[in-house]
Write a new protein. Structure first.
Length: 271
């Protein structure tokens, strides 16, 4: 893959990894409360970034994990975890999304050193796009894979067509993401590694109208049980625990923070 980098400061841009998830971010109402909660659940530490004091980066063992922005009220946005995908051009990606039945909620907006937009696919699942320089330490984020994204939708194949066209998956351009159909999921690979999955149930099953399509962020953790206990102790909600037998340590759990944002913790062994 040809990377748009410089020797001086090892800059990596969205053009070099276009189509792949490049970040995950939480929009919150109260940044301080969100930081307290996620520090308790994950042990994250937070630092400000050049985008301004209202934007903070969470770190786990000095590896950047996610962003937190207290802008839900300011921009009338939902409190939620959102995946961002790298694109070569935010304007072109937004146009492709609208042409294919998607909608644009915010942007593109300039956030030096790049531009971002929030979109929804034609089934309503919200995702972000990013054009420009990636966060310092991004390669560490990619290698450590602290976060993983999965789309829960009504029709995985239709969704794959939408995202493939908008984000230029399997476009045969140098460095594009590869799309594979494995078992009952669409699997997205970048540089050979799995970076996202799209799931809609059993193969050939009719689309389920009860599913609310959404991107779910999975955080890889060493101890799911400890995260569940910390979430409960700090005002969060346990939506679902993956293990059905109480005597077996859980390997996955769906949690909701006190503000209502939903996310999943997954055992590192099952990543």
């Amino acid at each position: 893959m040809n990377r748009d980098t410089t020797v001086q400061d090892d800059v990596i841009t969205s053009q070099s990894v276009f189509g792949a998830p490049c970040w995950v971010s939480l929009t919150a109402r109260d940044e301080a409360a969100a930081e307290d909660y996620y520090h308790a659940v994950f042990g994250w530490k937070f630092r400000s970034i050049p985008l301004g004091d209202r934007f903070r980066i969470a770190y786990a063992n000095e590896v950047p994990v996610a962003g937190i922005a207290p802008v839900a009220s300011m921009w009338q946005m939902a409190v939620a975890w959102t995946p961002y995908f790298a694109v070569s051009s935010a304007d072109e990606a937004v146009a492709r999304g609208q042409e294919r039945g998607g909608t644009t909620a915010v942007g593109p907006i300039a956030f030096p050193p790049g531009r971002a937009a929030l979109l929804a696919d034609r089934d309503g699942a919200v995702f972000g796009i990013w054009e420009g320089r990636l966060i310092s330490g991004w390669e560490s984020w990619r290698r450590a894979a602290p976060a993983f994204v999965r789309l829960h939708t009504r029709d995985a194949f239709d969704a794959a067509m939408f995202y493939g066209e908008v984000l230029e998956w399997a476009s045969k351009k140098p460095g594009c993401c590869e799309v594979h159909y494995e078992a009952d999921e669409v699997v997205l690979r970048s540089e050979g590694g799995v970076v996202a999955r799209i799931h809609s149930g059993a193969v050939e099953a009719a689309p389920d109208p009860t599913i609310r399509p959404h991107w779910q962020i999975h955080f890889a953790v060493p101890d799911v049980e400890a995260c569940v206990a910390a979430a409960r102790a700090h005002g969060g909600t346990v939506v679902r625990v993956g293990t059905s037998h109480t005597e077996v340590p859980p390997t996955e759990a769906v949690l909701r923070d006190p503000d209502g944002a939903q996310f999943t913790v997954t055992s590192r062994q099952n990543r």
